[in-house]
Design a protein around this ligand. Structure first.
Ligand code: NDP
Length: 481
């Protein structure tokens, strides 16, 4: 297990020797002490990244060569599936089946996808008079800082590294303090795959220290961030108070599942909604955490959702058949429980769950929870809870459902369930979200962009569009006169 910072192709302790504990979500025990990177370590990593960028053995390499290395890295991840999945599950509380079947394969697939794509992206020739040839090409930005959260450490890291590295940038990555281990393991595999020294650096540490140091460093050209709205906005301040670096933000949501009275097969709808909120214990930025159901079918849907929720039993993340594992930390669980308790005290109705669970002593577990709460201003309706908590609002008609769905500061994702294709199209157009699903939830591919509107941020992960965020346009005007 790697626990030191990975800078310029080698593992190092923090400059001041400090460490912090990473703790198992499963049982609260300490897994390891990890290097606590700070300003000096980030500076060292940025210097190495800049040197590597200027050296050009990655930035100026044939894109096909960068592609081969990224595909090799993806293969190595697959070869080390068991080790990576075990680290991810232990650090985050994800069920081991999800870590093996989703987290590691999806992260590897993302790196391979950008490796496959990068030598197939062309530039442009601008329309000019015949005495000039104006070429428009894309170039890497330079040094990219990536600051990522704990909910899907490997996948979100791959969403940043794939396009950033494919485009030829150098990267300084700060994983979340709760889940640093898989990123450090990935760094070792990246070196083995052939990523040159200094091109990928990983500085574990605390947000206020290493995260802020990346945000404020004048040598960082762009920060790609996923996490909370509050911290995302701090990165904009850091940028404004330093070198005006570019910042892209993916900031979570309170995504509505709009269920209209003509939705077909309410049992299938309820099952999809259950997965959409209870997967990863609700700690998913685009979790469908809010049902907006038309009154005519509300009772039936709630009854079915209650049955679905009962099937999500909090269990040991190490058990192969577990579907609902641990929440990330005891503090986070306390926060989620506090929100549920305040909602109940304020008049919301707990329809199911609302209690802690203890399948493994010392771990942070919670029963899947359904809450009826109609006031859009109620914090349980308005705010991201990031736990296995589904809020149910009732709408009078389609117009009311659209109004309630859009009555949120977030805009990451939404879904509409209806059997009328015209209604689906009309409602989907009006839902203000970066992704709208129709009669499904959480369907995606590497070919589709992912990101938010409104307070959910800006910029897109995945797809060829993500390359835009890690490159800049250059015009080369050649006189033919
Ligand atoms: P944060 O936004 O605090 O953390 C995300 C990343 O930012 C982590 O690497 C973190 O480091 C770093 N960070 C934290 N504070 C600073 C800072 N002042 N300057 C620079 N970097 C910083 O998310 P939390 O983990 O605290 O979760 C809080 C809430 O955010 C959740 O309950 C959820 O609502 C939302 N969230 C949304 C996510 C999404 O996918 N959009 C993912 C995670 C959280 P460190 O780990 O050391 O704090």
């Amino acid at each position: 297990m790697r626990t030191e910072a990975f800078i310029d192709g080698a593992f190092h302790p923090a400059a001041d020797g400090r460490t912090f504990a990473t703790v198992s979500s499963r049982d609260g025990s300490e897994i390891a002490q990890v290097a606590r990177g700070d300003v000096a370590d980030v500076d060292r990593a940025v210097t190495a990244a800049r040197r590597a960028f200027d050296r050009g053995d990655w930035a100026l390499a044939d894109p096909a060569q960068r592609g081969r290395v990224l595909r090799r890295l993806a293969e190595l991840m697959t070869d080390h599936l068991d080790d990576l999945a075990a680290l991810e599950s232990q650090d985050t509380g994800h069920p081991i089946g999800d870590a093996r079947g989703v987290d590691v394969p999806n992260a590897a697939r993302c790196l391979a996808w950008y490796g496959e794509a990068v030598d197939k992206v062309y530039g442009e020739i601008a329309p000019t008079a015949a005495d000039a040839l104006a070429l428009i090409g894309r170039e890497p930005l330079g040094v990219v800082g990536a600051v990522v959260p704990w909910n899907y450490p490997l996948i979100v890291t791959a969403w940043k590294l794939g396009p950033a590295l494919a485009a030829g940038n150098s990267v300084v990555l700060k994983p979340a303090e709760q889940s640093p281990l898989s990123a450090l393991a990935l760094a070792e595999l990246a070196a083995e795959a052939g990523i040159p020294d200094g091109v990928l650096n990983v500085v574990p540490g605390l947000g206020e220290e290493a995260g802020q140091a990346i945000g404020r460093h004048d040598g960082v050209d762009k920060v790609a961030f996923t996490g909370s709205v509050e911290v995302g906005r701090r990165f904009q301040v850091y940028a404004g108070e330093s070198n005006g670096k570019a910042v892209s933000l993916e900031l979570g949501g309170k995504s509505p599942q709009v269920v209209l009275a003509d939705a077909a097969d309410l049992q299938a709808v309820a099952e999809a909604i259950g997965w959409g909120i209870f997967y990863n214990a609700g700690q998913t930025c685009h979790a469908g955490s809010r049902v907006v159901v038309q009154r005519a079918i509300a009772d039936e849907l709630v009854e079915r959702l209650t049955g679905v929720a009962a099937g999500f039993v909090p269990a040991d993340p190490r058990a192969p058949d577990t579907v609902l594992g641990a929440l990330i930390t005891a503090d986070h669980l306390d926060g989620v429980m506090g929100r549920v308790e305040r909602a109940a005290a304020g008049g919301a109705t707990i329809l199911a769950g609302g209690e802690r669970a203890e399948p493994v002593p010392g771990g942070s577990y919670m029963q899947p929870t359904l809450i009826a709460a109609d006031d859009p201003a109620d914090p349980i309706v308005a705010e991201e809870v990031f736990g296995p908590v589904l809020v149910i609002q009732t709408a009078d008609d389609i117009e009311d459902a659209v109004r309630l769905a859009n009555d949120t500061r977030y805009g990451l994702a939404a879904a509409v369930w209806t059997s009328d294709v015209r209604t689906a199209g009309r409602v989907a157009r009006r839902l203000r979200a970066g992704t709208v699903w129709v009669n499904t939830f959480d369907a995606s591919s590497m070919a589709t962009p992912f990101g938010g509107m409104k307070d959910s941020g800006h910029g897109r992960d995945r797809s060829l569009h993500a390359l835009d965020a890690y490159t800049q346009l250059k015009t080369t005007w050649i006189s033919l006169a």
